[in-house]
Design a protein. Sequence first.
Length: 304
Amino acid sequence: MEIKQKQMIEELMKIAKQKFNQCSNLEEKKSLVNEYYNKIINKKDEYLCFEFAKEYSRFLTKEKVNKIGNIILEKKNSYLSILFPKYFKTENLEHFASVVKEGPVFYVIPFLYAFPNFDANYFAQKMAKEGSAEQNLKYVLENDISFMLPHSIKIAKDGDAQQNFDLILGVDCFVENYSYNDIKANVNSLIMSGDPGLNLEYVLVFKPKRNLEKHAKVIADSDDLLLNFLACENWPNRDPLELSVFTKVIHSHSIQELENRLIFNLRILDKNFRKSIISKYFDIGDKKIIQNFNKDTEQDIEKE
């Protein structure tokens, strides 16, 4: 709505309200409302019609309210096609849904919020074709859909690593009877993203049997000591070849660095427990694990 149009509507509604309040009885009020109704309908301004209906619908017949709804339909106003049927609970909801379907995809999700019992699949093709990865993600996770493949492919194509992971996690939690093919493109996109943290999280959460070596390569290529340590400790299939890519990264770092991660990232404050962990990766013999942090620092850590 343009600013001038908004100002015009506000001024007309203000004048109507002033005259309405000056009426001395119910019959005068009904007469005034009907007089204004005819003038407003003739203007064919859907926003003005809607505001008038909101304010004075109790004085209008169902037929007159429906006529205002028809003006909104004629103007193909997606925004008001959500508000009008929600406000007046019309019987021809599918007509307003048609306007939303033909309009900007932005309005699909607000429509489904307003009418949660409406068939979400009605909008599926539009959302998969025109919606962004973020919109398709919300659509899949927040609506009861029976065919999600177009949306998962859209997210795999245009979404980032986090959106693909969120879809996989959400589908597993909320969508019944899905198959691996429904999320295959998203898993591949997650691998191609090169995000080591999300690839590790995917493996630890889902313990997949497919593509484990590809996820392992993404994690190892990051050279991130903590992620490779966590992967090595928790890898699902314990395949020696996959574990070896993690240990290679761990060995490329120092004992001091590993202990830093154990203390500050994993909050492992027990010295003997740290020693037992580090001894799995480094031959420490009878030596002290490392030149430990100075005692004051470690005491501060243990106080926490």
